[in-house]
Design a protein around this ligand. Structure first.
Ligand SMILES: CC(C)(COP(=O)(O)OP(=O)(O)OC[C@H]1O[C@@H](n2cnc3c(N)ncnc32)[C@H](O)[C@@H]1OP(=O)(O)O)[C@@H](O)C(=O)NCCC(=O)NCCS
Length: 159
């Protein structure tokens, strides 16, 4: 069965917050993504896109804007039953296409344990030290801050 059939990626709305939290929690307990409260997700809902199949949210991804055309991909997760069906790729491409329409240039980065996924989607591996903004915000509260196993990946557009 082609599970991409009927898949739609769209801007998230406040009512998606609970479904987004449910997907993130699956990976947050394994420390693969940062845990986020439903209130936090709702406050930053404008940053999120969701992938929906038959009206059910099966994936989420956020782009956090640090200003100066520097953004971070974060809270990227797909329902574990639907891994490998192109949902992650479609969400990343949705975010990238939207940024390309909105801005003449941008840098989009991520700290990830899945650099392979990002490399397949136009990112390259870079030095983590390139991103002090990230290190001073989320990393400070990450349980793995003293034993970080994440790789920094970057996509540059228009430079
Ligand atoms: C990472 C994640 C979001 C990818 O989403 P996905 O829907 O499974 O990925 P896709 O099906 O869109 O795959 C896109 C590409 O990556 C490749 N890919 C997917 N999983 C892969 C894997 N484990 N190893 C290597 N490549 C992989 C696919 O082959 C595909 O390449 P193609 O376009 O050449 O066919 C998803 O696996 C996930 O939720 N993982 C757990 C949470 C996580 O690691 N989040 C990232 C934290 S930054």
């Amino acid at each position: 069965m082609n599970k991409q059939l009927g898949m739609e990626v769209r801007q998230a709305v406040a009512d998606d917050a609970a479904a987004i939290k449910k997907i993130l929690d699956i990976y947050a307990v394994r420390q693969i993504v940062l845990e986020r409260s439903e209130d936090d997700i709702r406050s930053y809902i404008k940053n999120f896109v969701v992938a929906e199949i038959d009206g059910v949210c099966q994936g989420c991804c956020a782009a956090r804007d640090f200003g100066n055309n520097l953004l971070e991909v974060r809270s990227l997760a797909v329902n574990p039953d639907l891994i490998g069906y192109g949902i992650g790729k479609k969400m990343i491409n949705f975010i990238i296409d939207r940024l390309k329409n909105e801005r003449p240039q941008f840098r989009l980065f991520a700290l990830t344990m899945r650099p392979d996924f990002f490399q397949k989607n136009g990112f390259r591996i870079v030095e983590t030290a390139m991103f002090p903004e990230k290190i001073w915000s989320d990393c400070a509260k990450c349980p793995k801050k003293d034993c970080c196993d994440e790789v920094a990946v970057l996509m540059e557009y228009g430079f």
